[in-house]
Design a protein around this ligand. Structure first.
Ligand code: SF4
Ligand code: SF4
Length: 279
């Protein structure tokens, strides 16, 4: 049986008022380049996925979590969501999750990934006790995905254009097809990009429902200056609402996402994140 989403502030709006999460910024690298992401800058005034003020050393994780819990005992979820992709450095990420589970067995573990390497690590993630997983799926077809992914790096080869998107989509689907064997609650994040995939979100929702995922989070693009997709702009609240209504025909929708930073901590309602995780 899946972990009740009731326990998770990001999967359940009511829990977001009473239950906290702690992100460990321990993932230094990414294996793809989304055309909306720029991880070079860390600015305290800028709250968005991929951004973190500092990287946490693996050896400091246990003391960091213990210190956080002293101040915020309402935290129930320990997540790894960046600033890069946690499975680009999967051995490191899994060893950190293991440390957390051994030292804080009462807490739940959460991971957010682009899904490229997921299929290679599903058994290991299950073995360390992963409870919640978020996969960012921005396209169901390479024709759409080619504009969203600048490159994908897999086993030492860099892929570009439609080939890159096709590879990412195929590897995400291989993992998704295996996920039902594991008692892990799965959320799909889809970044809604005006003019690129905003007419395609229902297609993604229908496809993801076929894989038995639990919930979907349609996130408005947060345009980042200097990135190729900055000019797409943010979808209007009205447009986002109508997209969520269409997607809701297939999957329950999340409406309270705060687009958390890779080092977010505490209650979602208290965080300095922007209302609405591009991962
Ligand atoms: Fe998990 Fe994402 Fe919520 Fe962090 S923001 S706890 S990675 S669902
Ligand atoms: Fe990598 Fe996440 Fe940035 Fe995409 S948004 S390039 S998956 S760090």
């Amino acid at each position: 049986m899946l972990q009740p989403v009731l326990d998770h502030p990001c999967f359940n709006a009511a829990a977001s008022l009473t239950t906290g999460r702690l992100h460990l910024p321990v993932a230094p690298m990414c294996n793809i380049q989304c055309a909306y992401c720029d991880r070079r800058y860390s600015c305290v005034n800028e709250s968005r996925p991929g951004v973190t003020a500092t990287m946490l050393k693996p050896a400091s994780v246990v003391s960091h979590v213990a210190e956080h819990l002293r101040h915020e005992p309402r935290t129930r979820i320990i997540g790894i969501a960046g600033p890069g992709d946690p499975l680009a450095t999967a051995e490191r990420t899994i060893s950190i999750l293991r440390q957390v589970k051994e030292n804080f067995p009462h807490l739940s573990l959460c991971l957010s990934t682009n899904g490229l390497n997921l299929v290679d690590y599903l058994p290991a993630l299950h073995e360390v006790g992963l409870n919640f997983l978020t996969i960012t799926v921005n396209a169901s077809t390479p024709e759409v995905g080619r504009y969203i992914y600048s490159w994908v790096s897999c086993r030492g080869v860099i892929y570009r254009g439609e080939e890159a998107a096709a590879l990412l989509i195929a590897r995400q689907r291989t993992a998704l097809a295996q996920l039902r064997q594991f008692p892990i609650t799965v959320k799909i994040n889809t970044v809604v990009i005006p003019g690129l995939n905003d007419d395609h979100v229902e297609v993604i929702a229908r496809e993801m429902a076929g894989y038995g995922v639990d919930v979907m989070n349609c996130i408005p693009l947060l345009p980042v200056a200097g990135t190729p997709l900055a000019a797409c702009g943010e979808p209007s609240a009205l447009r986002l609402e109508s997209i969520r209504k269409q997607a809701e025909l297939w999957l329950p929708q999340i409406h309270h996402c705060r687009r958390c930073r890779a080092d977010a901590a505490g209650l979602l309602s208290d965080s300095d994140c922007v209302p609405a995780d591009n991962h």
